[in-house]
Design a protein around this ligand. Structure first.
Ligand SMILES: NC(=O)c1ccc[n+]([C@@H]2O[C@H](COP(=O)([O-])OP(=O)(O)OC[C@H]3O[C@@H](n4cnc5c(N)ncnc54)[C@H](OP(=O)(O)O)[C@@H]3O)[C@@H](O)[C@H]2O)c1
Length: 431
């Protein structure tokens, strides 16, 4: 056995306490696999008195996690505080500056400051590992950085936020509204009291920005991720999707196109025959397509103490084994800065639901808007009829450019017979 690897942990919440538990409970098997023991030496959180369900006996306690990152006699500093700035960033910077390896689960921090942190870590000759930051327990960073390293990646996409997938699954299975499911999810602890980072797609966008950098060797460019959340997905649309053979999923998707790097997070319809359509509830999944390997899919729990700590510990074990690689798969200074492909260049089919006053001529007016923008209609459905209430008209298009689809909707929205903002959901063609 070699010398023990000495570790400090900043943040003892869900993931921090989970990490302590994995290292304590599986200590022997981890030491056997690493060739050396992994010893927690120091910890930091806000409240020393809080019961965390774990023993902190024998660990040095620091009130200030930055002082710990700088001064504790450790090889690795594990940052599990969270947040894109503040103490989390200061901890990582102090650890790198003091020549310590860093492990973090913090996607927000890396999505915003990943380029500079990666450069600093590589200049200092230390690792910056973040397996837990993308899709929790799924080892997708390892898959892209190691297992698929011989491939050019053509497309990477996935269900990257368990809260949104849980809400969409419950809406469909229990036939409940978005608002009702969100409220239940908050009571059960599956959604935050302030849910916007999840339901507005921001958390998925943080993860997608990291995936894109890993897959395409580009600088992390979170600001270029086009992001729409799930607040506007209605039960009615979920029902129509079912009827047409689709499921609605919040997908993050990145690919390199002739117009630049496409990075998108939005709710979309995916065929029920696609494996990802069947990833339900709080599960995450990532599909990485390589030019030689073809499609590979990884599925598992994207959050929670156990799955996330599992990924954190795997990163620590890599360091214990002496395994190191560039943060985003290539040296940080060689990451390419590329043009972002605007959403208007998106090319695909669309589902459109209009709520209309059922007057003579309304269908002709709607059809004319599509014709005038050269958007080809695949099917149009108007089932209900009413003299007094608005009725839905549902249209599926053939593939077209989003700019044309948006112009079509602008024309339609200006019609007197349209009583609410049209709903548009992209139809993804996935295998
Ligand atoms: N939860 C998940 O399932 C999950 C999944 C993937 C990634 N992540 C990421 O993992 C990280 C941690 O998430 P979490 O869910 O474990 O968060 P959490 O439960 O809120 O825990 C945060 C911890 O940080 C400590 N902390 C906050 N401010 C501090 C400060 N100024 N100094 C020292 N300690 C401070 C807190 O101390 P007290 O306990 O004393 O308040 C707490 O122990 C985040 O980046 C998150 O995005 C989480």
């Amino acid at each position: 056995m070699g010398n023990p690897l000495r570790v400090a942990i900043a943040g003892l919440g869900t993931v921090g306490a989970g990490t302590v538990e994995v290292l304590q409970r599986n200590g022997d098997l981890i030491a056997g696999r690493s060739g050396r023991a992994i010893e927690i030496v120091a910890v930091s959180a806000r409240s020393r008195a809080k019961d965390r369900g774990i023993s902190l006996d024998g660990f040095d306690w620091y009130n200030d996690p930055v002082a710990m990152a700088r001064n504790a006699d450790v090889d690795v500093c594990v940052e599990l505080i969270g947040g894109e700035d503040g103490p989390a960033k200061a901890v990582c910077e102090a650890a790198i500056d003091s020549g310590r390896h860093v492990v973090t689960a913090n996607k927000a921090l890396l999505a915003v400051h990943g380029n500079e942190l990666a450069r600093a870590a590589e200049a200092a000759g230390v690792s910056l590992n973040y397996e837990a930051a993308i899709a929790g327990g799924i080892p997708i960073v390892k898959a892209l950085r190691e297992g698929l390293a011989g491939n050019g990646i053509t497309h990477v996409y996935g269900i990257l936020n368990g809260t949104c997938n849980y809400i969409l699954t419950e809406m469909r299975e229990k036939r409940l509204s978005y608002e009702t499911v969100l409220e239940d999810a908050q009571k059960l602890g599956y959604a935050e009291a302030e849910p916007s980072v999840d339901v507005d797609g921001i958390d998925a966008a943080h993860k997608l920005a990291l995936l894109a950098s890993l897959a395409f060797g580009t600088t992390v460019s979170f600001d270029d991720v086009y992001t729409e959340g799930i607040r506007r997905v209605s039960l009615q649309d979920i029902d129509y999707a079912e009827e047409f053979g689709y499921r609605i999923k919040l997908l993050g998707s990145a690919r390199m196109t002739e117009h630049g790097l496409e990075q998108r997070v939005y709710p979309c319809m995916v065929s029920k025959t696609a494996p990802i359509a069947h990833v339900e509830s709080a599960y995450n999944a990532v599909v990485a397509c390589g030019d030689f390997v073809d499609d590979t899919m990884y599925q598992g729990r994207g959050a929670g103490a156990g799955p996330t700590a599992s990924a954190v510990v795997a990163d620590i074990i890599d360091i214990a084994r002496g395994f190191a690689t560039s943060t985003f798969g290539v040296p940080a200074e060689t990451l390419q800065q590329v043009t972002a492909s605007p959403i208007e260049r998106h090319h695909g089919a669309y589902y459109v639901r209009l709520m209309v006053d059922d007057q003579p001529g309304v269908i002709a007016d709607i059809s004319a808007a599509f014709r005038d923008e050269s958007v080809s209609i695949e099917s149009m459905l108007q089932r209900a009829r009413s003299q007094t209430e608005a009725v839905p008209v549902v249209i599926n298009t053939h593939a077209c450019e989003e700019a044309a689809m948006r112009r079509t909707l602008d024309r339609i929205e200006a019609l007197d017979s349209i009583v609410e903002e049209p709903t548009m959901i992209r139809i993804e063609s996935l295998v």
